[in-house]
Write a protein that binds this ligand. Structure first.
Ligand code: SF4
Ligand code: SF4
Length: 223
């Protein structure tokens, strides 16, 4: 899930300066789970914008706002309201903003800051466990990601900085990821994995922008 938080209302108002008519999109997926762009948040944003003299031409919570097909389909259904709008405010992740902006050829303002791919522990508590590095090594680390959960992203650890209570020297609120890995491997009788010195992380797999095209589909389309 893309963990996100809504921008300050002043920042949103500043982005909308000079625009009177605004349509608001949300997303039933991550944005609803993070309480940034579900039905309730769209209704609240509509009310706040109207109190500031904006005309809200409509609101719509897309099922999944990063799906081009869905965005185009809804865009056709909402054409009249969108045509009557100066711009669109998107209360969903940055991918959604661009999917909507590009797909519907509208000015799409981000109303949300996308933070990280996260695990929802419970409503209001979100934890980063994977940074989509493109080459997963969880098999060798007992299912605990050092790329993301070690503050230095070390491939061999722990460093010398962990505290006696097992916390990280960079952030004493966080457990040292490499101590967690050690304990996990010890429990599983796999400590031998720590004796192998791992190569430095190959960060060529995270150079942006990344794309993925299924080869079998591409071949079929090329025929
Ligand atoms: S190694 Fe870590 S960052 Fe990379 S894919 Fe696996 S969990 Fe994600
Ligand atoms: S103390 Fe542990 S988590 Fe923190 S930087 Fe060192 S190895 Fe990484």
């Amino acid at each position: 899930m893309i963990i996100q938080k809504q921008k300050a209302f002043e920042e949103i108002m500043s982005a909308l300066e000079g625009e009177e008519k605004v349509f608001i999109f949300g997303c039933a997926d991550c944005a609803t789970a993070c309480k940034t762009g579900g039905e309730d948040e769209l209704a609240q944003m509509k009310q706040k914008l109207e109190e500031q003299g904006k005309q809200v031409t409509g609101t719509y919570v897309l099922d999944t706002a990063c799906l081009s097909g869905e965005v185009r389909k809804r865009g056709k259904e909402l054409k009249e309201q969108l045509d009557a709008s100066d711009s669109v405010l998107v209360l969903a992740c940055g991918t959604a903003v661009q999917t909507i902006g590009d797909g519907l050829e509208v000015i799409a303002h981000p109303g949300v800051d996308s933070l990280f791919i996260g695990n929802v522990v419970r409503l209001g508590k979100y934890v980063e466990k994977c940074s989509a590095c493109g080459k997963c090594i969880l098999e060798e680390t007992g299912g605990i990601c050092p790329v993301t959960r070690c503050a230095k992203g070390l491939m061999n650890g722990p460093c010398g900085g962990y505290s006696p209570d097992g916390k990280c020297e960079v952030d004493p609120e966080q457990d040292c990821a490499w101590l967690l890995i050690y304990e996990r491997l010890r429990e599983r009788g796999k400590l031998g994995w720590m004796e192998t010195v791992k190569d430095p992380k190959d960060y060529s797999t995270v150079s942006s922008p990344r794309t993925l095209v299924w080869e079998h589909k591409k071949e079929a389309e090329d025929k």
